[in-house]
Every structure is written in structure tokens, then in C-alpha cells.
Design a protein around this ligand. Sequence first.
Ligand code: NAG
Ligand code: NAG
Ligand code: NAG
Ligand code: NAG
Length: 569
Amino acid sequence: MALNKLLTVLSIVAWASAGPMVVHESRSAPPPGFVRQGVAPDNTMLTLRLALASNDVAGLEDKLMSLATPGSSEFRQWLSMDEVKSFVQPSPETVTAFNAFASANGLAPKVISPNGDWVSITLPVAQANKLFAAQFEVFTPPDKTNPMIRTLSVSLPAELVGHVEVIHPTTQFLGPGSRLQSASSESGRPQVPASCDSSVPSGVITPACLQDLYGIPTAPATQKSNTLLVTAYVEQYAQTADLTAFLKLLRPDIPSTTTFKVISLDNGTDPQDPEDAGVEADLDIEYTVGIATGVPVEFLSVGGGDTDEDFASSLLDTTTFLDGVPNPPSAMTTSYGLNEDEFGSSLAIKICNGYMALGARGISVLTASGDGGVRGNHDDLTVCNVTDFIPVFPASCPFVTAVGSTQGFAPEKAINFTGGGFSNIFPARPFQRAAIAGFLKTIPSHFAGTFNKSGRGYPDVALQGWNFEIVAGGQTGLVGGTSASSPTFAGIISLINDRLTAERKPRLGFLNPFLYSTASNAFTDITIGHNSGFECPASSVAFDAAPGWDPLTGFGSPVFSKLLAAAQE
Ligand SMILES: *[C@@H]1O[C@H](CO)[C@@H](O)[C@H](O)[C@H]1NC(C)=O
Ligand SMILES: *[C@@H]1O[C@H](CO)[C@@H](O)[C@H](O)[C@H]1NC(C)=O
Ligand SMILES: *[C@@H]1O[C@H](CO)[C@@H](O)[C@H](O)[C@H]1NC(C)=O
Ligand SMILES: *[C@@H]1O[C@H](CO)[C@@H](O)[C@H](O)[C@H]1NC(C)=O
């Protein structure tokens, strides 16, 4: 019976695919390290997600710029869930075209996002090959684990062109183990810092150091509606016991019972056992709860696995999940990322548009800028001579605020691993062009690095990111990375939102147009540093920090009082 049914479907498919096909995405070969193992068996079932074109992305971007730009008549009048949906949902023509295609081919699509812009279909390899003029093959990733089914080319029948934007997974090759990692971690260092100066051997960063250095208030927030969301991917679990121990040790002035709320997405969990402690998750929770005093913190545990492929799906699911939350958080922080080129441009653009929609809802989306300097996530010696710089996503999305890392003070310097550069996918938006042009003038004419001068430059801001004291799995230790800086900056933004909410002013929402205009002087300009990577010798080609915005530290490190004053204007 099953065979008959399949044959019936295939005969329809053969007819349906007889029309003209238009190549949607293709690549000449898999990325280095991925090895072809032969064609995928015809009857293997594939689940593909298809992004249906939103009816007015350009209109949403125009609206967002108007909402987020100081001086605009609708400044910070953030949109409701339904207002955003009116831009993001597919048009009736798109829905009709897709449904006609699905029913002609015996597909039963499921709508998987609140705005109706993502659907999933499950079908055999043979049918997928025909419908999308693909050749699905089995590939093994560089570490030889988890064989994956991908195709080097995927096409759309003419009637779907302009209606379907992404077919995933098809031509995307996400390898294992290239996500952001904390740059370093060690246990058993002294619990009381000898110095807050992380550029000296005894220097340790604690919440008290950060409060001191940037003028962050210690008084508790008062507005319970102003929440801060920490995203957690790839099976990183935050431990309540570690947070309690951390607060007892390093925030003795606030109740050590202060905790966070777990939200589950895609069956994500948060098991509580020292063995489950995730250094990244503990760091993120300790430096949001520990800095955003009294702000309700939520921990979004996104399930679905721990491969890079799962991670890409998790980023996507985070944006579509928040699209359906009526009272969303006012800030969120993400300490994970991957090299931009691994996503493929259509998927990266769709996820980035998801962040655009969240910005329009009034969410400040903060992300770590990456821990490999100009060389993406790689920070091992093999890439030190690479002169073609590698941007990291989601930091390279213009609708997130990317946070880089510094070290030391008087002077504060860009640390060698601070991720920074220019996107090859996303052009710089107008609000950023003057800042980028100013930086490009500082680059020597014989500069050996190659990068995309028209791309979105990142990071936007930076702050300390080295020798952060944490408690993980019951042990105190020191960690560093832009994944320490982003939660800290999210904490600062949350405290400013608390003040604004108390004054009945709208929250900050999408930050970048504000940062690149009236807030650009609310930062201490960092003018020293070279982001060649943690492992690479300082002689490796990279960017140098410079006066004004630069792709190591953005505008520099925040001065709380100045940022608050700019926000209240
Ligand atoms: C979540 O768990 C349910 C019940 O086990 C399962 O049916 C569903 O497919 C899971 N969802 C995801 C996204 O893993
Ligand atoms: C990088 O370049 C330096 C200087 O040219 C050379 O000594 C070194 O072997 C190169 N390293 C790699 C990994 O190719
Ligand atoms: C440079 O970035 C632009 C977007 O800003 C993109 O269209 C172009 O393809 C990129 N060039 C390269 C060589 O990646
Ligand atoms: C990069 O900076 C860190 C922190 O200061 C330091 O430990 C490391 O040795 C530096 N790397 C290189 C190659 O100098």
C-alpha cells in the first residue's frame, strides 16, 4: 500500500515538475571537510521548512527606522503583535500559490509560526528531488559524526518564485563545534578580587567591578513588567544553586534567593544537577541577575539538540516564538553565534528579519559579537594567516546590537578576541554609514586584510569581557568572551528600561539608530587594541581600534549616567 501511494505521488510530481524551474540556491561543492557519501535513499523521509515571503518586509523596515530614530514623530511607539503580523504574514497571493502547489503534489503543509510565514512539509527524498530539482545526498561533517542529508542545488517551480524565500535544510552546511565558546575558563582562582583590572594577572571582574567601572546602580529595579530574556541553546542549562552561591559571594547586598523563570521552547528543559551546569548558561544568568538588580530575568531554554544545525533552527524558532508572545521582554541577550557563511544568505536574512520584527515590538536584541576577532569563530593557529576576514551571525545582522569585549581600564583596551568586522550578506543601513566611513579613513592604504566595505559593521558597543568570576557546577572559576559582555550590557539596558517604565516613558526597543545618533557620546571611546584573535600572534592582520566607532568596540564602553540621560531625552 505504502509503495502504491508513493508511486501515485511520484507520478503527480513528475507532471508538476515538468514546468520551468528556477535555481533558488546552489553551491559548487560542499564546504571543506564535508564528504559526500552517495545519494540519499529515495524513500527516506525529509522534513523541510519553507519560509513564505512576508507581504511587506521593506515596509516593516521603514516603520522600524521611523520608530527607532530620535526626533521622529512616532519615536518608540512600538508595534503590537498584530501590527507586526500585518507586515510579516504572507500575502493572500502567496498563500494561494503555495497551497495550490502543495495540493497538486499531495503535500500536507503545517503552519509553524504565529505570523504564518513558516510552514513545514514532510516528504520522501525522491519527491523532494523532483519538486525542487535537487539531488539530496548524504554528507558527513568534518568530525565524521551525524551524517546529514543535503543538496548542492535547490530550485523552485516558476509559480513559487517570489513566494518561497527559504527551503531548509537544503544547501546549508553547518558543521559541528564552531559555535561561540567562552574564550577561556579556569577554576579555583581567588574568590575575592585583588583588583578589578582584568589586564593584570590578579585582575578579576565581578558585578561590583562592573558597577564601579560603568556607574551601574545597585538599587533594585521597581517595574515588574520590564523583563530580561536570556536565550539558551545547545543543551546549556543554568543552575539555581550556582546562581545562589554566586549572589552570596558577589552580590551579598541582594537576596541570594533571587532567581529566574524558565521558559521552554521546542521541549527545552533546565535540569538541576551540578553535572548539568552549562558554563555559558550560568555565566549569562549570573551576569544578568547580578547586574540588572531586581529585574525579572527569564531563561528561554530551546530544545531540539546540540548540533550547529539544531542551533540554526533554534535561532529561528526563538524569533517566531517571540512573535506570538503578547507581552514580550524588553531586552534579550544571546551569547551564541556561527560564521555567517555557514548559514547561507537566505536563512540568515530570514532570521535577521525576525530580529527586525522583534525590534519593532520594542525588544532590544543584544548578541555577543564573536570570540575570534576578525576570523569568525576560528581562533586557532591554522587561521592566523587568513587575510579574508570572516563575519559572525547573528552579530552581523543590522537589527541586533552586537556587544564586543574590552579588558583593563585607564586605559580600557579592545581585547584580542573581540569579534568584529563587516557582513558579506547585510549592507550597512543609513544610520551606520557615517560611523563606518570615519573608521575606513583610519585603515592604512597597504592594509592586507580583505573585508566587505559596504557591509553592516559590528560590534556596536563593547565592555569588559575577560576574567569574569562565575560559579558553575558548584565551583568558582574565571571565564572570558563576548558572551560575558552581552549579558552585562543587557543588564544595563534593562535598568534603563526600568527607569523609563517608572517614568511612563516607552522602552528603548531597537537600539541602533539611537546609539548611532543621540547616544553615541554616552560611551567611553576605546582607541587601543587589535582583534587578531585569542591564539593568533599580534602580528596577524586584523583591525585596530581607532577614535570614534570601530569594528572592535563599536562606540566603546557604556557610561550609565550618560546613556540614561540620552534615553530620557
Ligand atoms: C516535544 O515533545 C513532544 C512529546 O514528546 C513531541 O511530540 C514533539 O515532537 C516534541 N517537539 C519538538 C520540537 O521536539
Ligand atoms: C603564517 O605565516 C608565518 C609568516 O609568514 C609563517 O611563519 C607561518 O608558518 C604561517 N602559519 C601557517 C599556519 O601557515
Ligand atoms: C558585500 O556585501 C554586500 C551587502 O552589503 C553583498 O551584496 C555583496 O555580495 C558582498 N560581497 C562579497 C564579495 O561578499
Ligand atoms: C590575548 O589576550 C589574552 C588576555 O589578555 C591573553 O591571555 C592572550 O595571551 C592573548 N593572546 C595572544 C596571542 O597574545
